[in-house]
Structures are given as C-alpha cells and as structure tokens.
Design a protein around this ligand. Structure first.
Ligand SMILES: [Zn+2]
Length: 316
C-alpha cells in the first residue's frame, strides 16, 4: 500500500496574493505587474489545453519523488493520472505539471509534460501531454505529443501536479520583465510567499509563457544511469542541459514551504510549438526576458507514494 498524506493549505485571497507577489517580484525584476483577471481560454493558442480554465477545487499533489530516480531508477514505479485524480478526490481532474514518463510505455526515459483532462462518469479523458526526450540521431531535444502503449495517462517515478476542475474563473495574472536578481521566476514567487506567510504553507500552480529570451532547460538521458548518482554533481553530469528559445509554455507547481511531506518545493516543465521543451531552471537572458503567468492557489495538498528512503539530491 502506497503511503498517502492529505494536507489543508493556507489559501490567501487573490487580491492579497497580487499585492504580496507584486512587491516580491519587484525585488527580482525590473518591472512586475500582478492583477486578478478572468483566466484566458486555455483551449486557445498558445496553450491548446483540453480544458478552458484552471479553476474549481484547485489542489496540488506530489506523486513518488526524486529518490525513485536517484541514486538508481526504480522503473517499477508507474502511476496513472486517472488513478491520481481519484486519489485526490477529484475524478475528472484537469492536470498541469511536471514529471517523468513511464519508461516501460515509451521505451526510453524522458521528461513528462502532463496536460490532461482525466475521465469520470461525465467525460472521457482528453490527452494533451507532451514528452521531451533526447533524439538519438543528434543528441538534441525531441518534443513529441505523449502517447503510450499502455495508457496515455501513465507516467513514472515522480510528478508534481496542479489539479482543478478545469473551469473558467478568476486567477492571478503575473507579468514580469527584465530579471535583475538571481532568482528564477518560480523561485522568486515561492520565496516571496515563504517570507510573507512563514509557517503557513501556500501552494500554487498554473501556466506561464516565457515570451522573450532564452531559458536553461534540462532533459534526462534516454537511458537510466547504471552507476549510482549520489550527489547533485553526479546528477548534473548525467543530465543534458540546453538553452531553448521563447516562446516556451511552462507549467509550474510549487509550495512556499514543506509542511513535513518530503516535498520538492518547485517543479516546472515546458513545451513549445517549435520542437523544444523540458525541465525549466531559469532564463539565460535576464535583460530581455518577459514572463506572463496565470496562477492560482491550491486548497489541498496530497502526497502520494512518498519514498521511504529519501535524500536532498536533485530537488532543483
Ligand atoms: Zn523535471
């Protein structure tokens, strides 16, 4: 029986969050504007998601974790988004986030970019996910629509997911241009929340577009490491790093602090319409970078199949 934890998050009003985040972002960006808006129709360009919005019973979950990838991959760790939706008490949930593919299903290891509406009595599942893997021909990124011989909703090892009913509604719109500080966009928001809310855990998710500039993105190798990856240095030597260009559509999941669930505090995967995608680290063009985000605070946090043996390697 996989371990399971449920935790009620602190949920500030959108108006309060807008004020808190705008102040924090201005310490790390030349310009920042945060406002409360109606969520744009996410079925439209550039998102093309299978749900119109990201509102209605917002919750986040971390499934599995990095300890199932390093020091050595535990390839028997496979999950299904439809099952996760039931586990988080939201069958039919619309998921956005970051994870790893099911290697048995895809045939290789790769980055999973989950964008999926799951099934319930009222609706069939709709798959909009991507995977980013290393192209064996040129060792560059190969971004593909996700499909699997088992289930298009199957993934492996780990995932950080933002779930909702996929409804229209009010969200935060965050614009930040010109990075002046060291923190990446997500870390800046997360640390601002941590500083302001202290012991209260705030969790958020959604989507953001890197509209201008380039970003540092990693993609895991197609083959799992056969020698143990024991440190961040080992892991970084194993990963493939790229500089990818805007526009990149990124799905972040983050919590201001860990309430004792052994969480990865932030995890963001991106895709594009020009064949690039993967795991977001930061932008590499601070002077020209432009971020546009739509984010919402989650009400509940679920921790599913938390690794018993853990470590702090690879949490970036
Ligand atoms: Zn990742």
């Amino acid at each position: 029986m996989a371990t399971f934890q449920k935790f009620a998050l602190h949920v500030p009003s959108l108006e309060e969050l807008a004020g808190v985040l705008q102040k924090g972002l201005k310490e790390n960006f030349a310009d920042a504007q945060v406002s409360v808006v109606d969520c744009p129709d996410l079925t439209q360009e550039p998102f093309n998601f299978p749900a119109k919005g990201m509102c209605g019973k917002p919750r986040i979950t971390e499934v599995g974790g990095v300890p199932y990838l390093v020091p050595l991959a535990q390839t028997d760790k496979v999950y299904d988004l439809n099952t996760v939706a039931k586990d988080i008490e939201l069958p039919g949930a619309f998921f956005l986030g970051a994870g790893a593919v099911s290697s048995r299903a895809v045939g290789v290891n790769a980055e999973f970019i989950p964008i999926a509406l799951t099934k319930n009595e009222k609706q069939p599942a709709v798959n909009g996910s991507y995977l980013a893997r290393i192209n064996p021909a040129d060792k560059r990124c190969l971004l593909e629509k996700y499909s699997s011989k088992y289930s298009d909703y199957e993934f492996g090892l780990m995932a950080n997911l933002y779930a909702s009913e996929g409804q229209p509604g009010k969200v935060l719109e965050v614009k930040a241009n010109g990075r002046t500080g060291e923190l990446n966009f997500v870390s800046c928001i997360r640390r601002t929340l941590e500083k302001h809310y202290g012991e209260k855990t705030v969790g958020m998710g959604g989507t953001f577009i890197i509209q201008k500039g380039k970003a540092k993105i990693h993609i895991m190798p197609a083959e799992f490491s056969t020698c143990p990856l024991n440190t961040d240095e080992d892991l970084n030597n194993w990963l493939n790093f790229f500089e990818m260009k805007a526009p990149l559509i990124c799905q972040p999941v983050f919590v201001s602090r860990d309430p004792g669930c052994d969480l990865r505090l932030e995890h963001t995967h991106c895709f594009s319409h020009h064949g690039e995608g993967g795991h977001y680290h930061t932008d590499t063009t601070p002077d020209v970078v432009q971020y546009l985000a739509y984010l919402a605070p989650a009400e509940l946090l679920f921790r599913i199949d938390r690794p018993k043996e853990t470590h702090n390697v690879g949490r970036e």
